[in-house]
Design a protein around this ligand. Sequence first.
Ligand code: NDP
Length: 254
Amino acid sequence: MKTDRFTLDGKVTIVTGGGQGIGKVVAGELADQGSDIVIFDLQDATEVANQIAEQHGVSAMALVCDVTDPDQVAKAIDQAADRMGTLDLLFNNAGICLHKPALECTPTDFTKVVDVNLNAIFFVAQAFARWLVAHNKQGNIVNTASMSATIVNIPQGQASYNSSKAGVAHLTKSLAVEWAPLGIRVNSISPGYINTEMTGNVREDWRQIWTDMIPFKRMGSPEELAGAVIYLLSDAATYTSGADLIIDGCFTVV
Ligand code: NDP
């Protein structure tokens, strides 16, 4: 019999920011590998969850949860576990981007981006790991960082975003080491420019500059990230933790 080390059969995966964009598409691909899905999002993503359940024959549900609020996160984790029976995996992916020159960034602007992109990544990872420990279980986490953790995007100013994502990359390594004895692996993906709602309404001349700078001469699709998330969450990656997988059409290579 053939062994499929990439299978997620029988697992329950939480996907934050799964109401649209990368989270929505990757949630569908994780379900295609057999995982049940719980979406945490600011918007009610019940329709997305229902579509995933119908299309892939898994259980799927959605909870409205602002991931920047640790109390809401803790409640949502318990609710998800109660309704799905258990928790195994986390795709910690919700994020926002602000294009604003650093000189014009208000304290509120900067704090908001760091709250969603870095602080909330920690709150969700911590609540998930606490649940695993309390239930004597092991599990895996993939955080969504960005190539902006490594490079500075141009021509737009986005210092808040870039620094928050650099934080995610190093938080990932820090948690990976701290939680290695618990059997909890923590990795990140760092996408380049991906076509989603987040990048869809950006100025066309900026998008043209980005495309010109990408060796692949095109932006990526969320589907092109899914394989990496499946790999890192699956038993194909049992010796991989603290890794950051850059998926950017060679942007950071040149
Ligand atoms: P989208 O804006 O398309 O989707 C992000 C989702 O996260 C939305 O459903 C949004 O809900 C949700 N969200 C935002 N804030 C919160 C919050 N406080 N609590 C719960 N959910 C929240 O973005 P992408 O799919 O493009 O991005 C997903 C991740 O990938 C982000 O972390 C982003 O930084 C990262 N990334 C994206 C790249 C790209 O080019 N698109 C490149 C590199 C990294 P709502 O719509 O209601 O606000």
